[in-house]
Write a protein that binds this ligand. Sequence first.
Ligand code: F6R
Length: 240
Amino acid sequence: MKIIITEDYEELSAKAAEIMLAVVKNNPYAVLGLATGTTPLGLYGKMIEDFKANGTSYKNMTCVNLDEYVGLDKNHTQSYAYFMRKNLFDWLDINPEHTHIENGVAADAEEECRRYDSLLKKHRQDIQLLGLGSNGHIAFNEPGTAFGLGTHLVKLAPSTVRDNARLFDSEKDVPLSAFTVGPANIMNAKKILILASGAKKAEAVYGAVRGTVTESLPASILQRHGDCTLIADRQAAALL
Ligand code: F6R
């Protein structure tokens, strides 16, 4: 795993943008695997700035997202589908039909997981962006998730519900389950970029990079990927 340590969040976002934009500018048909959460927001801001300044076109690109809350439809303001539109897609020239995410209100959860697995097979990620949970999760693969899993339904860990409560009016509004791509879908990406910012992520960063590869710390699987870069700011990298 390649490790880049930055002074602060601003520099982390700039370095992440260099890597993401290199993929984007190199291939107008690129498939971008994207993440929600607060960590990628600086990077998304830089992609938008680049689009405004240089007109880099996304019209032939495909985006596939990691996860979606169960029970929230794509127009719900707390859904990840909505988050991606407001924070990235609405600012670019990407075709909305080329942006994909699990359907949080799918009637048949099993069928939805299989649909998403086939979609990812068809659109293999040229780059997969990840954030890191403070418990070591990637996407919503919580500790204990089998490395071999594809898209599946997950019950969120109490610590994840607590971490995500800041984005809701109250903790009781946070959905308790989600659809998520599995470790196997993530590992299938050609390139992986994982970002971690802040002291709360320090233990997870240490485990992901220096710990044993174990299902108890899902991000540790990334040590087995041939082209994975972790960018951490000084606080997140404090234990390395
Ligand atoms: C988001 C996702 C999660 C987040 C992680 C970190 O699509 O799958 O794994 O990346 O929870 O979240 P933030 O960036 O908010 O600290």
